[in-house]
Ligand binder design. Structure first.
Ligand code: ADP
Ligand code: MG
Length: 238
């Protein structure tokens, strides 16, 4: 069980508060998307959940566990960033298998998992290539695959498609939605792209200046934005 609760979660840098005591309940296996303009605190929130950023105040629960002080590597979480780095000297297969090999999983199990994941992402035919022999979109698929073979309970994605061209973004949206259905993981996805949010999310969290403005399904946000900011951001008639 990996529902996630943010209770009055706050982040300050010196005198500056960038996340203001936000409350959010994310259900187990939900696909939740944080949206909002640049600088509104999306990445900071995600990084606190990942354990990559210290929590200034409030409580963070993963399942029933208070994890404020649990180190990142002890949380069952995988994260994919916008600037993904593959190991350049390793094949795609090795890039994807490496994390499992470090954990000493049996080789047959690793191969099964890598091939299954590669199939879902449509990169089976690339397993013997090196990263420099791949296009940007293919590399991004490998980066996703590498994170996903671990079967994390919680999967965090920070603007994973923002370096891709529009056409590729479309096909990657489909691939990620498919992975979410297959994986049994809770997905928390950050973007400033309304189309991604509206088409992929179970629920959208709209943020502004470190505050949550509204949390609801894409349809409900579209039909009933609570203020002009949400309406403008979601693109509904104002
Ligand atoms: P977003 O991901 O929504 O674009 P961020 O979470 O990256 O926004 O940043 C939120 C705010 O926190 C921004 O105003 C940013 O300048 C500030 N910020 C982020 N990291 C630091 C830091 N290490 N020191 C000071 N301010 C920071
Ligand atoms: Mg960001």
């Amino acid at each position: 069980m990996s529902g996630i609760s943010l209770k009055k979660l706050r982040k300050t840098y010196g005198a500056l508060t960038v996340v203001h005591d936000i409350d959010l309940e994310i259900a187990d296996k939900e696909f939740i998307i944080l949206v909002g303009p640049s600088g509104c605190g999306k990445s900071t929130t995600l990084r606190m959940i990942a354990g990559l950023e210290e929590i200034s105040a409030g409580e963070l629960y993963i399942g029933d566990d208070l994890v404020n002080d649990v180190p990142s590597k002890e949380r069952d979480i995988a994260m994919v960033f916008q600037n993904y780095a593959l190991y350049p000297h390793m094949t795609v297969y090795k890039n994807m298998a490496f994390g499992l090999q470090l954990r000493k999983a049996p080789e047959a199990e690793i191969e099964k998992k890598v091939r299954e994941t590669a199939k879902t992402l449509d990169i089976e035919h690339l397993l013997n290539r090196k990263p420099k022999q791949l296009s940007g979109g293919q590399r991004q698929r490998v980066a996703l695959g590498r994170a996903m073979v671990r079967n994390p309970e919680v999967f965090l994605l920070d603007e994973p498609l923002s370096n891709l061209d529009a056409k590729l973004r479309g096909s990657m949206r489909t691939a990620i939605t498919k992975l979410h259905r297959q994986l049994d993981s809770t997905f928390i996805y950050v973007t400033h792209d309304q189309v991604e949010a509206m088409t992929m999310a179970d629920r959208i969290v709209v943020m502004k200046d470190g505050y949550i403005q509204q949390v609801d399904t894409p349809q409900a946000l579209y039909d009933h934005p609570i203020n002009m900011f949400v309406a403008g951001f979601i693109g509904a008639p104002q």
